[in-house]
Design a protein around this ligand. Structure first.
Ligand SMILES: [Fe+2]
Length: 356
């Protein structure tokens, strides 16, 4: 299967991964053949891309780091908590504790933790999907740092709720498409303090989990907010979550900007590590990211185009590519698989959304 942008969908393509609506119900089931009316519906819901079956990639599967239903359940739970907080200050977090446990179990069940978070979601659902991704990315990083399960739970829970304070920031500021005024930005910054205050009222949450909400916009050089603390003064959990937060924001479509590619986001994190981000944690973090995940379309320096079909874990820039187009742009009669580990003259120069 391959990920394809909505503009390039055509009638007759077969859905390879179920697409859900924001309320958790199924919009398009796996196996369904696309009609124009379905494509129209996806556009109306502002879904940017979906997985479709593809003959050239038959038999090649991408492995999700957590199950689709776990992800959807987690999103619904966060949505419910935020809805609850809008009407009362009493929230029940037992469900979220259970789902964080489930996510940790699923993550730890993989032997190779190479992350590919190509989630299908509508742009307006950003907050919920983002919270789940930040939690998953943080747990994986914590696992690489040798955290105990108890520590992973505190980290995962705090990461899941890191932006909970946004419920107290007015919607018109939060979703403003244009540039924020100074006062508006000042208001947005307060979501860190609001989040900490909200979590303070919940007794089943540890202080370290709460600190994630308070510190996740602090930067190691002291240029963050709300307290402008530096380096080790920022709890390690928050130093992890700040990296996961920025990475997921950069690689997601937002109302006001398009996502950037995995390898560009990794480059950004590495450039900023030591200044904005903890150098050692950033290094561990990027080691777990699939720069060119399976199913991604790529362009080589030779002009050839194809799909990544296998990742070489220790050499993230040199995966195995199934070449479909030659350097002149002509379609090969029979695709050729090339392992970049053994083809030193070939390098990936870019990713391509839709190969044709
Ligand atoms: Fe935030």
């Amino acid at each position: 299967m391959k990920l394809i942008t909505i503009e390039n969908l055509t009638q007759g393509m077969k859905v390879a991964k179920t697409v859900y609506k924001s309320n958790g119900s199924v919009l398009l089931s796996e196996g369904i053949v696309l009609k124009d009316s379905y494509i129209q519906k996806l556009k109306e819901l502002d879904i940017k891309q979906i997985y479709v079956y593809d003959d050239e990639l038959k038999g090649i599967h991408t492995q999700d780091i957590i199950r689709e239903d776990t992800r959807n359940k987690a999103k619904m739970i966060i949505k419910n908590i935020m809805d609850e907080l809008n009407v009362s200050s009493n929230v029940h977090i037992d469900k979220i504790l259970i789902i964080v446990d489930q996510i940790i179990e699923e993550i730890l069940s993989h032997d190779e933790l190479l992350i590919k978070l190509e989630e299908i979601r509508a742009v307006d659902e950003y907050t919920f999907g983002h919270s789940v991704n930040v939690s998953v990315l943080s747990i994986i990083t914590g696992a690489c740092l040798g955290y105990t399960k108890e520590e992973l739970k505190e980290l995962g829970l705090g990461a899941m709720l890191h932006d909970i304070g946004k419920v107290r920031v007015p919607d018109n500021i939060l979703n403003k498409p244009g540039k924020l005024t100074e006062e508006e930005f000042h208001e947005i910054k307060k979501h860190t303090i609001y989040g900490y205050e909200i979590l303070k009222t919940i007794k089943d949450i540890s202080e370290t989990s709460r600190l994630i909400a308070l510190y996740h916009h602090e930067r190691v050089d002291g240029q963050g907010y709300p307290l402008s603390i530096k380096g080790d003064e920022i709890h390690e959990f928050a130093r992890i979550v700040s990296i996961a937060d920025v990475y997921d924001a950069l690689t997601s479509d937002r109302i006001y900007k398009k996502r950037i590619k995995n390898y560009q986001a990794v480059e950004y994190l590495l450039t900023m590590s030591g200044h904005q981000f903890d150098y050692d944690i950033a290094k561990i973090f990027v080691n777990n990211i699939a720069l060119y995940p399976v199913g991604e379309g790529v362009l080589l320096n030779t002009g050839e185009k194809g799909f990544v079909i296998k990742v070489n874990k220790d050499f993230p820039t040199r995966p195995v590519i199934r070449i479909l187009y030659d350097s002149k742009g002509d379609r090969l009669i029979k695709p050729v698989d090339v392992d970049l580990m053994f083809e030193n003259s070939k390098v990936i120069i870019d990713t391509v959304d839709d190969i044709k």
